[in-house]
Design a protein around this ligand. Structure first.
Ligand SMILES: *Cc1c(COP(=O)(O)O)cnc(C)c1O
Length: 293
């Protein structure tokens, strides 16, 4: 691939217009992101892994002109930079490459270059500066390692440290109880069974009921859910089913109930049983799951 690039760059009409910079490293990256006015990045969707370079350009006052892919798809706003492509995937389609190339040159010729050279009496390009300000103020707080590390700390490291303290307090009382719970779950899980499933329309809601034989497990140690796959890229529908906690005197089963709004056929839904323990991460620490079939 590199050989092909070098051959391309050696063509007479290209030779004085493009360079290949080898051994991209932090030092070279630093020079580039500090030195450019516009950072152009033209991956074919969906091949931009992220686009960290574009973020480094932000804090240096450069502007981005890129395909709507990776970070730029999230970050792009017309006041803060320029975008190319329709945000869809076109595989190897040469006609799409050609139309995106035309779009790139059009945008450069009609928007980017004029905005850069339109200067006021003091030689300042007001439109360009406005975009720089917008790009820096709007995007740098969000697309930065500061934000990422802070989010890791707040969402994960601090809760993990809290959990550690909770689990080790009083000679590990919580942890010991959790181990007992987990062992009981492991021992009885293979005998947990679903019984009959019922569905009933009531007012504009569907009432689902299902019998569950918990094989001696404590109802507080599991959760019975009614599950349906998400539609059109949306999140899955998950409803927690409730039980009175009193088993059927004859069958020994618990009855679980939930009513859900109408709108999906009842056949979309499947009850399932998962482990449940306050303060533990499921399924990370207890991957048990049983689907009703
Ligand atoms: C920023 C940077 C990258 C990431 O580049 P992308 O254009 O986001 O793929 C890779 N290597 C070095 C040395 C960098 O500084």
């Amino acid at each position: 691939m590199l050989r092909e690039w070098i051959q391309f760059l050696n063509r007479r009409e290209i030779r004085f217009r493009a360079v290949f910079l080898s051994d991209y490293d932090m030092l070279l990256a630093e020079r580039l992101v500090q030195g450019v006015d516009v950072w152009i990045n033209t991956p074919r969707r969906p091949w931009e892994a992220c686009g960290t370079s574009g973020m480094k350009v932000l804090v240096n006052g450069g502007l981005n002109l890129s395909t709507l892919d990776g970070w730029w798809e999230e970050a792009y706003a017309p006041e803060a930079g320029w975008a190319i492509g329709d945000g869809l995937e076109h595989g190897d389609d040469q006609a799409c490459d050609a139309s995106e190339a035309r779009e790139l040159y059009d945008r450069l010729e009609r928007e980017v270059v004029p905005a850069f050279y339109r200067r006021d009496g003091q030689g300042i390009p007001p439109e360009w500066v406005a975009r720089m300000r917008e790009s820096m103020s709007r995007l740098t707080p969000e697309f930065s390692a500061n934000r990422a590390v802070r989010q890791y700390v707040e969402r994960h490291y601090l809760p993990a440290a809290d959990a550690y303290r909770k689990r080790t307090a009083r000679k590990g009382e919580f942890s010991r109880k959790a181990v007992v719970w987990r062992k009981d779950l492991d021992k009885k899980w293979n005998r947990v069974r679903f019984g009959a499933l019922g569905v009933e329309d009531r007012d504009s809601r569907q009432v689902f009921s299902v019998e569950v034989d918990l094989a001696g497990l404590d109802p507080d140690g599991v959760r019975v859910e009614l599950f349906a796959n998400g539609r059109e890229g949306k999140r899955a529908d998950r409803w927690t089913m409730q039980t009175t906690g009193i088993p059927d005197p004859v069958k020994g089963c618990f009855l679980y109930l939930v009513d859900v709004p109408e709108g999906r056929p009842w056949t979309d839904y499947t009850p399932r049983i998962v482990a449940h323990h306050e303060g533990l991460s499921v399924p990370l620490e207890a991957p048990h799951i049983l689907w009703q079939r």
